[in-house]
Design a protein around this ligand. Structure first.
Ligand SMILES: Nc1ncnc2c1ncn2[C@@H]1O[C@H](COP(=O)(O)OP(=O)(O)OP(=O)(O)O)[C@@H](O)[C@H]1O
Ligand SMILES: Cc1ncc(CO)c(N)n1
Length: 267
């Protein structure tokens, strides 16, 4: 049977991040994609021009009807915007006993727009992180969750992974996209071992949606029954290809190319 994945996230009208990145990635990884939209953003390559959160009723209904009928082998959360949405999503994921949960703790878009209210960070820590199979913070998100001012080395990334693990997630991937290093290093901690996933940093400005795409690829691989380390490894290859063929569309930061990894595999 075809594996199925649900993304609970914000819509990016520009098509590079959020729900759109997730569905494109699920499709590329041969997983049936479904969505529950938490907020609509009016967004393009120049940034976020408007944020329109959906009602709790609309969000609950989308999740309810999809999980009660079709079901999902894995669920990804992205932009959740408020404490109330986080509490709702956490409750529903418990009610439906979802097994594979990937929490991408989205907070700020590349241009600086807030995708999560400050007061929602506590709810994320209290409710959602302890339920997660995998969490995928970038460095500023790891700092915000831990109350740290800076993470600027792989040693500090390992320490952050350990502290985040203590908050209850079964696996932590600290993404090093923001580290000033010639390589792009992500570290997975499963409570015992630190595993490094490293590729050369690609010199491009077209990186809109990298975080969403990476976490969506992990979600897709988990849906198909792969282990967390296999999922992270495939996701790293997927995002590296997608960035290496980033799309110079629009006037600002273009999106990654979700189809690049498939092309590479068939080359
Ligand atoms: N220039 C780059 N070259 C190669 N890999 C990169 C580059 N930038 C980011 N990555 C990789 O992309 C993935 C996403 O990492 P990043 O830290 O950029 O996420 P993010 O900040 O959450 O993304 P977003 O800004 O979309 O929210 C990671 O695997 C990271 O290592
Ligand atoms: C809707 C949405 N989710 C996540 C991100 C983070 O890249 C974004 N820019 N937009």
């Amino acid at each position: 049977m075809k594996a199925k994945a649900l993304t609970i996230a914000g819509s990016d009208s520009g098509g590079g991040a959020g729900i759109q990145a997730d569905i494109k990635t699920f499709q590329e990884r041969d997983v049936f994609g479904m969505s529950a939209i938490t907020a609509i953003t009016a967004q393009n390559t120049l940034g976020v021009h408007g944020v329109y959160p959906q009602t709790l009723e609309a969000i609950e209904k989308q999740i309810d009807v999809v999980l009660s009928d079709i079901g999902a082998d894995s669920v990804k959360t992205g932009m959740l915007f408020s404490k109330e949405i986080i509490e709702l999503v956490s409750r529903l994921l418990k009610d439906y006993k979802v097994e594979n949960i990937v929490v991408d703790p989205v907070m700020i878009a590349k241009g600086g727009a807030k995708l999560l209210q400050d007061e929602a960070i506590e709810a994320l820590k209290k409710h959602l992180l302890p339920q997660a199979t995998v969490i995928t913070p970038n460095l500023p998100e790891a700092c915000a969750i831990l109350g740290w001012s800076d993470i600027n080395s792989t040693e500090a990334m390992e320490e952050a992974a350990l502290e985040l693990y203590k908050l209850g997630a079964k696996n932590v991937v600290v993404k090093g996209g923001h580290l000033n290093h010639e390589q792009s290093i992500d570290i997975l901690f499963d409570g015992k071992t630190y595993s490094y996933y490293t590729n050369n940093r690609i010199n491009t400005k077209h990186t809109h949606g990298t975080g969403c795409t990476f976490a969506a690829a992990i979600t897709a691989e988990l849906a198909k029954g792969n282990s967390v380390s296999e999922a992270v490894s495939t996701a790293k290859s997927f995002i590296t290809s997608a960035i290496s063929e980033g799309l110079a569309i629009g006037k600002g930061i273009g999106p990654t190319n979700h189809g690049a990894y498939r092309k590479e595999l068939t080359r």
